[in-house]
Design a protein around this ligand. Sequence first.
Ligand code: PMP
Length: 441
Amino acid sequence: MSHIFPRHTKQVFPTAVRGEGCYLYDSQGKQYLDASGGAAVSCLGHGDVEIIEAVKAQLDSLAYAHTGFFTSEPAERLASLLIDHAPGDIDRVYLVSGGSEAMEAALKLARQYFVEKGEPKRGRVIARKQSYHGNTMGALSAGGNAWRREQFGPLLIDMSHIDPCYEYRLKHDGESLEDYGIRAANLLEEELLRVGPETVMAFAAEPVVGATAGALTAAPGYFKRIREICDKYGILLILDEVMCGMGRTGSLFACEQEGVSPDIVCVAKGLGAGYQPIGAMLCSKQIYGAIEAGSGFFQHGHTYLGHPTAAAAGVAVVNAILERNLIPRVQEQGEKLMTALADEFNQHPHIGDIRGRGLFQGIELVSDRDTKAPFDPSRKIAARTKSAAFDAGLICYPMSGTIDGRLGDHILLAPPFIIEDSQIDELVQKLSVAIDTALAT
Ligand code: PMP
């Protein structure tokens, strides 16, 4: 009998025992192609000897030291490495254990920044529907996914949620993509004016939406306009790159491709690549400077901040991404994956949209391609596709999102950056069978 508290008490999962490259193996010897890197985590694949050795070496010298007393060499090295490659004015790093912690720290830092600056009325966050920022209370409040929030309503912080930039569902017929991008971004200004800009501290968004909408990229110009609006009203831009950062979309930070730099950016998942749990919240000189000139103390903290062993994994992973030239590889293999998905599914009557960037791609399943009508949620098409794929030895990430009452079924693909051409073929073939199986039930 298992004593683990599972996510779903009515499901029994196989026991994972080994990982090698793009594959995982269970205790029965069954092989699974890890086409989602878990949840966009395993960017280097499994069993990477260099990373394992770096973690072992760190454990041999110093496993842990509390940041209330010490800094450590791997934490300092990771912070410098991230800052060397970070966009714009980003200058300081706060090392945590995962994505929710990074977003939670971002929200508290934004608030403290305005308190220290003498603008204590600024406390509201504007975020987006169809977004996910984590499951802790602040991060969950920022997220716009109704299903995840539903029963926790009384515990959540009051935040605003505007429509995301969602070309497939929200662009008008005949409207250019650029015009749509500006219209979608202007929703931020409308909401600011509605709630009073002097009460707002930040806008939070994922540059490429992951866990609620299957690799939703923004229209060109969207984030530039968002940046302009943030600057006009003096609010901070918090970018959540927990899923889409660390090379996943074909640049180390996803926002590089939007031509904007944030005030705060969060990364996790790919930063530790699954070898250690680690996340980071990075902030600009301006924000850090205000705290430094004020109280000098960020009123926050966790026991495992700057964990040396986790940081050593982070250093090894970021170096591997850069030194093994994996970013150009993500672009190249990403194009091949997109082409293979398009070849297989472009004519499929129930695949409405194929989208994404780099090795971060998603497909949206619909009951009617012409009307874009979603499936009845009771059919659980995304969840059934996940199960059928798993049976066939393929790991993909299913999700159902809600936007203004319209439900959708999405499949997210985020394979390791080392995926080979033959494995792209295997992925698409198995996914195709899984979708047909799910549709037949
Ligand atoms: N932000 C985004 C964009 C995410 O995708 C996730 C995790 N799916 C999180 C935050 C939360 O990260 P974690 O699960 O590591 O707390």
